[in-house]
Design a protein around this ligand. Structure first.
Ligand code: NI
Length: 185
């Protein structure tokens, strides 16, 4: 099932998402649906709040980038109840976009290396270090579980300049190749 994607202005994107309980029903189906929804929108990552659920799951698929960067060719992962426990290394500026903020891309400064603890869909525990592009995408998706969006990192001046476009998105004045859910405002 392909979900409509929530967009800027939807309160679910501003909530601190709750841990997924062990007895959560339909977890495998939900994860499959998240991958389908993300692929349908040509995304490389999606977090549960982007399909309207305030729970701590995100999925990432960087395998389409494997031609450019062979280290990403098998990078298809589910992160359940993740906790970033360390960010380190240099901070790198790189342009980002987001399926919930269609048509807008801005530079975001992020740490190059992170350590994250998480569970996979079999509830197996991991404690891993990621670096470079995968660390960036993980930090972006993780932010969605914290109620943070990439435009929050923009300077006050930049935020003023983006205000009109963001309010257009919130009011449904946006064109996408995928279905979105316009916030009730
Ligand atoms: Ni995003």
């Amino acid at each position: 099932m392909i979900y409509p994607i929530t967009v800027y202005g939807d309160p679910v994107l501003r909530k601190l998402a709750a841990d997924v309980k062990h007895d959560f029903a339909g977890l495998d189906k939900l994860i499959g649906d998240m991958f389908d929804t993300m692929h349908n929108a040509d995304g490389i990552g999606i977090a549960a709040p982007q399909i309207g659920l305030d729970i701590r799951i995100f999925v990432i698929d960087l395998t389409p980038l494997g031609d450019e960067d062979p280290s990403l060719k098998d990078f298809r992962k589910v992160f359940i109840n993740p906790r970033i426990v360390l960010k380190e290394g240099e901070q790198v500026l790189m342009e980002e976009g987001c399926l919930s903020i269609p048509g807008l891309r801005e530079d975001v400064l992020r740490y190059d290396t992170i350590q994250i603890k998480y569970l996979d869909s079999d509830w197996q525990e991991y404690d891993e270090i990621f670096t470079g592009f995968s660390a960036r995408v993980i930090q972006h998706e993780y932010d969605h579980l914290q109620g943070v969006m990439f435009v929050d990192y923009c300077s006050p001046l930049k935020k003023r300049l983006l205000k009109g476009r963001l309010s257009d998105i919130t009011r449904g004045k946006v064109t996408t190749t995928y279905r979105t859910k316009t916030p009730k405002v």
